[in-house]
Design a protein around this ligand. Structure first.
Ligand code: FES
Ligand code: FES
Length: 211
């Protein structure tokens, strides 16, 4: 970022946009209800989530990650487990409009939250524009990282629309769509098949349509 375009007004606008996208620290959140331990002595809780527009009620071990709740309890296996410790992005889902690594958070921390997985973005008959663009541009090879890439890309374009800057943003008053900007924002999603140029082409395609 150059000192010329790093203006006080731009900084304030960027910070305000970023703050608006984050939950307030003082925001009251619903708590999951503790349940009696399971027969094996596991600590249990009742959790209510809205997943892909559907209300679901789970009785789960309080130590269950959101990723395992989606895959093992709700059988939504589109969300992938790659590293299981926050390094690959294969488990990315959209929670309350923000992309997160579902392996790094517990399901009980999301009582009442609205969650969108790859299954909720579109259907084979009615694909989400990002899903269609990944097909058009061959944005995958083995496809293991693809659900996470697509969920991440959808939420990332909303972050761009909100004017939220990244580490490589030059002008805080106008976040552009440079390849560097897109690559930086997608850097949390690793593709071991290295389909990166095609992924960027797919995202750029959707970003152009939105514009
Ligand atoms: Fe969550 Fe790799 S499985 S970041
Ligand atoms: Fe194989 Fe990305 S398409 S890991």
């Amino acid at each position: 970022m150059t000192s010329d375009n790093l203006t006080r007004r731009g900084l304030l606008q960027g910070s305000a946009a970023a703050a608006a996208a984050l939950p307030s620290l003082g925001e009251a959140r619903a708590a999951p209800r503790r349940q009696p331990p399971s027969s094996k002595g596991e600590p249990m809780a009742a959790v209510e989530l809205t997943v892909n527009g559907r209300d679901v009620h789970l009785q789960i071990d309080t130590r269950t990650t959101l990723l395992d709740a989606l895959r093992e309890h709700l059988h939504l296996t589109g969300t992938k487990k790659g590293c299981d410790h926050g390094q690959c992005g294969a488990c990315t889902v959209i929670v309350e409009g923000r992309r997160i690594n579902s392996c790094l958070t517990l399901a009980v921390m999301h009582e009442g939250d609205s969650i969108t997985t790859i299954e909720g973005l579109g259907t084979p008959e009615k694909l989400h524009p990002m899903q269609r663009a990944f097909i058009t541009h061959d944005g995958y090879q083995c496809g293991y990282c693809t659900p996470g890439q697509i969920c991440s890309a959808v939420a990332m374009l909303d972050e761009l629309d909100a004017g939220i800057p990244s580490h490589v943003t030059d002008d805080l008053e106008k976040v552009d769509l440079s390849d560097a900007e897109l690559r930086e924002r997608m850097s949390g999603n690793i593709c071991r098949c290295a389909a990166y140029p095609n992924i960027i082409a797919a995202i750029r395609d959707v970003a152009g349509e939105k514009a």
